[in-house]
Ligand binder design. Structure first.
Ligand code: NG6
Ligand code: CA
Length: 509
């Protein structure tokens, strides 16, 4: 891959990026420092969940600020229909199915990214950036047995982040504490934390035995340790002073985001901001409770939207908007009932979280991985819509070129920088999509799903999973909702996609 410095048109394009070198090309402020990059990654937000992507039953004015001021992608993808593999691909630039451990992790799982692996934050660091990770992590911590009361490592810091303020896994999994850098926040040494995904601790109550103690009841699973009136996945004991309160989580992470930005002064930064909404349990701040009319899920989306607004306002206030690139997207498609009785199903009404796409979280259909994807770089990236196919995994090699570094051809990540910045309508030609260890393939206008055992439909989430005994082939250009299986009527296209799918997926590291 050619270095950006040898490419005159690109050099001109990104001249402010390598500011100081090409002072004449940018305004003085931009030339003084490199561009910041913030990736905002929502959790389970669907393609149809924001008004900028066509939702009419819910309004998301702040995310819409991004779609209006930035470039809205109609074919922006997560690699996966669940969190861990999706985040793994974003952080490493590699397909998650190359690593068998990249499956939904429990809260005490070891880190699944080798500390020697080149990661997105390490790539930015090589270009002189400060790096931060705030919010949902879900890539594991430690090497096997974590002492939550001591130095927790390896984790974000050992994979390239100078600073981190995270939840270990998901908001429905223990331990329900924040971890700042390598330590649990607000931990009282006299009240140590214990965590187990195997057995409960003596004297600790669970949601299963004591549903009367719950303010949020499970619909499936989620009946173990109770924290903040919500029973979770997994058992924990102790650490009372460190336990999070779901209703203030948005403020806590935002506070950390703002102070990270403040601390950077004139140094460019890369920030990964993993929103916890609208993943279960959906307990937004009381300011949002009941406000969407769509139940807890809609309210949590309003809170996520508010977080985006707060971030945008803060960047404006600090004069950073024009030299900060914001990428807004979601780790996987939407789910309505994901294990708690929170009224999301009852109040869904006409809202379609995946928009016109079929399936959602956990699904091999488009709704599993095609997500909102917006790039804002005010003053530089022209607002509009792009149909280029891009994936979160592509951040690595795209921003490598952006920061004047050579792309790593060994990564699955593709350099789609020109598409990201609206200079080209051409993104990747194809993408392997993953859902709970199974793989599907999009190439051009076609979507291919191999034959799979397993249920076609999830009764838990009330949604299509994509398994079928026969192969499936859909023409997305004319059938975005994947309603008509053309496998039998289009044998040559089927053969072509199957062949390419097999070629790519047999190449294991
Ligand atoms: C599932 C959980 C679901 C959610 C998901 C991970 C049950 C019944 N379901 O196992 O609630 O936590 O894992 O979601 O426990 S993700 O967005 O982090 O991938
Ligand atoms: Ca998720």
């Amino acid at each position: 891959m050619k270095s950006v410095f040898k490419n005159t048109s690109m050099t001109r394009l990104i001249s402010p990026v390598i500011g100081g070198i090409f002072v004449s090309c940018g305004n003085i402020r931009q030339a003084d420092r490199q561009q910041n990059v913030i990736v905002v990654l929502a959790d389970d937000l669907g393609y149809g969940d924001v008004s900028g992507y066509g939702a009419t039953t819910i309004q998301t004015p702040n995310i819409d600020r991004l779609t209006k001021q930035g470039l809205k992608f109609t074919c922006g993808y997560a690699t996966s229909a669940t969190s861990t593999p999706s985040r793994y691909a974003l952080m490493t630039g590699q397909y998650p199915w190359r690593n068998k451990k990249a499956r939904i992790l429990p809260g005490d799982a070891p880190l699944i990214i080798g500390t020697d692996v080149e990661t997105l934050p390490k790539m930015f660091k090589r270009a002189g950036y400060a790096t931060g990770a705030v919010g949902k992590w879900h890539l594991g911590l430690g090497t096997g047995s974590i002492d939550w009361n001591g130095h927790i490592a390896p984790g974000p810091r050992e994979t390239g982040y100078d600073y981190s303020y995270i939840m270990a896994a998901t908001n429905d999994r223990v331990p329900c504490v924040y971890v700042e850098n390598n330590h649990v926040v607000h931990l009282d040494g006299n009240d140590p934390i214990e965590v187990s995904y195997v057995r409960n601790f003596d004297g600790e109550v669970t949601g299963k035995e004591h549903p009367e103690l719950l303010k949020m009841h499970p619909s499936h699973g989620h009946d173990q340790s109770i924290v903040n009136g919500v029973s979770r996945i997994g058992f924990m004991r102790g650490g009372k002073s460190a336990l999070w309160v779901d209703e203030t989580m948005a403020e806590v992470f935002l506070g950390s985001v703002k102070s990270f930005i403040d601390r950077q002064g004139n140094q460019p930064f890369f920030l990964y901001y993993g929103l916890h909404q609208p993943h279960v349990p959906r307990l937004p701040n009381e300011r949002f409770a009941g406000k969407s009319g769509l139940g807890a899920r809609g309210d949590a989306i309003l809170e996520a939207d508010w977080c985006v607004g707060q971030l945008l306002d803060y960047l404006d206030e600090k004069g950073l908007t024009e030299n900060t690139i914001i990428v807004f997207t979601s780790d996987n498609g939407p789910v309505v009932d994901d294990g708690y009785k929170d009224d999301a199903v009852e109040k869904l009404g006409a809202h379609r979280p995946a928009g016109h796409l079929r399936g959602g979280k956990y699904s091999l259909f488009e709704g599993g991985t095609r997500v909102p994807f917006i790039v804002q770089w005010k003053g530089t990236v022209k607002p509009g819509t792009s149909d280029a196919m891009i994936c979160q995994m592509d951040m690595y090699n795209s921003f490598a070129r952006f920061t004047g570094q050579a792309a790593d051809p060994k990564k699955d990540s593709r350099d789609v920088l020109d598409a990201l910045l609206g200079r080209s309508q051409t993104g990747r030609t194809d993408l392997i999509q993953e859902a709970q260890g199974k793989l599907a393939y999009r190439r051009g206008e076609w979507a291919y799903i191999p034959s799979y055992k397993g249920p076609a439909f999830s009764k838990w989430t009330n949604s299509d999973l994509g398994n079928a005994p026969e192969e499936q082939l859909y023409h997305l250009g004319s059938d975005i909702g994947e309603t008509e299986n053309l496998a039998k009527s289009h044998p040559s296209e089927l053969e072509e996609l199957r062949k390419r799918f097999q070629e790519i997926t047999k190449e294991v590291e």
